[in-house]
Design a protein around this ligand. Structure first.
Ligand SMILES: C[S@@+](CC[C@H](N)C(=O)[O-])C[C@H]1O[C@@H](n2cnc3c(N)ncnc32)[C@H](O)[C@@H]1O
Ligand code: SF4
Ligand code: SF4
Length: 412
């Protein structure tokens, strides 16, 4: 039993944590650029805010979001895709079976790397359901990109060795609380244990290979289905096991009032002539205006957990004054001071069926800018449809009615 007083233990454990991260950075300096990745999108947002939109043909994606599969093995309550209000339930089965092909991903990467593409995020659906997932990770890594899959972690144990050997830079694993809460949110009584198996397998493989990468980040998404107590229990459960480098507490879920979705539909009709088929926003309709007290609780929990001396960093998002957190729930109009979305200029999304989108979150076919199974990516990126979308966003002052609680805004 450790006889050191708690304050000494906390200092030692903090020192060990900094040492681990220092070694991680030495091993993989990309951690720095990743942490500072705000760079290009933030600069673009500032330019846009000043009314200095770059002319077509002068800007290229720095980051790609690849939603490589639609399918998922879970049905998490809050998920806009497969949750209680999820919109994927209405997709045709032929569409749901589509998967982004390795050769297409490599072709797009080869088009964009010479123009400055640096980061690729992969997600789904469940990322590790893609039958070519490891080839995709290796293929992107071999092109010198910073590669980060987001996963529910339930299939990770079988891929752990290959993941470490692939030398991908980071992996984000979703856990929404301790065993009981996570399983309640994720609607599967096996989910937590499977994800923990995956985390343990990853830690063993990192140890075996003598590597700190990939950086392991656990994403805890705060919603009305979990509470600060479950975050505290999750941190305690993970403590001292060397399973994670960071726990990122997303203190705001993606949500919107119904009328904002309707306003978005009206705007898309007026500017782009789109009538119908805009359904993805419906997956995120929620009323969180009663969440003031819970917001205070989570802000204070994150503050306490940060100083608890865990062997992982606790990071709270968005990075706003904790005093302002309740307002994020009670005042949807508040844009957190982020007035222009840079995503259509720097970070396109490609979905499993090859469609390319200017917005990471609301990806409905009428808003597809083109399809990479049929056209070179850059023809789409500089195409008329993309330009019309960017122009609409500028005319609307930089944000759409449904933007204010999008993760692109709250986590920037
Ligand atoms: C849609 S999932 C796809 C990847 C993978 N299936 C997973 O769960 O990690 C991507 C991330 O979005 C989070 N998420 C789901 N619903 C959300 C919501 N309403 N607001 C914010 N994040 C949400 C998930 O917890 C996960 O971390
Ligand atoms: S695992 Fe991910 S994609 Fe699947 S339902 Fe949960 S949040 Fe949605
Ligand atoms: S919802 Fe808005 S803030 Fe989010 S990516 Fe789309 S345009 Fe940008």
């Amino acid at each position: 039993m450790c006889r050191l007083p708690p304050s000494r233990r906390a200092i030692l454990s903090k020192a060990a944590l900094y040492w681990r991260l220092f070694r991680g950075v030495v091993e993989n300096p990309r951690y720095f650029t990743f942490v500072l990745r705000g760079g290009v999108p933030d600069k673009m947002a500032r330019r846009l805010a000043k009314g200095e939109a770059p002319p077509t043909g002068t800007f290229y994606p720095v980051k790609l979001d690849l939603r490589i599969v639609y399918g998922c093995n879970l049905r998490c309550k809050m998920c806009g895709q497969w949750g209680d209000t999820g919109t994927y339930f209405s997709y045709e089965s032929t569409k749901l079976r589509r998967q982004l092909d390795l050769s297409v991903i490599e072709r797009v990467a080869d088009e964009l790397v010479p123009h400055g593409l640096r980061y690729v995020d992969l997600e789904g659906g469940e990322t590790f359901l893609h039958p070519q997932i490891m080839d995709i990770l290796r293929g992107l890594k071999s092109r010198g990109l910073f590669v980060k899959p987001v996963t529910n972690g339930t299939r990770l144990d079988r891929f752990a060795r290959e993941v470490v050997e692939s030398r991908i830079d980071a992996i984000h694993i979703s856990l929404d609380g301790d065993r009981e809460t996570n399983n309640l949110v994720r609607q599967a009584d096996w989910a937590y244990d499977r994800t923990m198996d995956g985390l343990r397998a990853l830690a063993e493989e990192r140890k075996r290979a003598g590597r700190r990468s990939p950086l392991v980040q656990i994403n805890f998404t705060m919603t009305r289905h979990n509470r600060h107590e479950s975050l505290r229990r999750l941190c305690d459960d993970l403590s001292g096991q060397g399973l994670a480098d960071v726990i990122s507490v997303k203190m705001s879920p993606i949500w919107m009032p119904q009328e904002k979705g309707k306003a978005y539909e009206e705007l898309m009709s007026r500017h782009l002539g789109i009538e119908g088929g805009l359904d993805s926003w419906k997956g995120f309709v929620e009323d969180y205006s009663d969440f003031e007290d819970q917001a205070r609780e989570i802000a204070s929990a994150v503050k306490q957990l940060k100083s608890k001396g865990y062997d992982f960093f606790v990071d709270g998002l968005p990075g706003i004054d904790p005093e302002d957190l309740p307002r994020m729930y009670t005042d949807y109009e508040w844009d957190l001071g982020r007035s222009h979305c840079p995503v259509p200029y720097v970070e396109p999304t490609i979905e499993a069926d090859g469609n390319v989108y200017p917005c990471n979150l609301f990806t409905d076919e009428p808003v597809s800018m083109g399809n990479v199974n049929e056209q070179p990516f850059l023809d789409i990126w500089f195409g008329e449809k993309f330009e019309a979308f960017r122009s609409m966003l500028r005319q609307e002052g930089g944000l759409l009615p449904i933007c204010n609680r999008c993760c692109q805004l709250t986590e920037s």
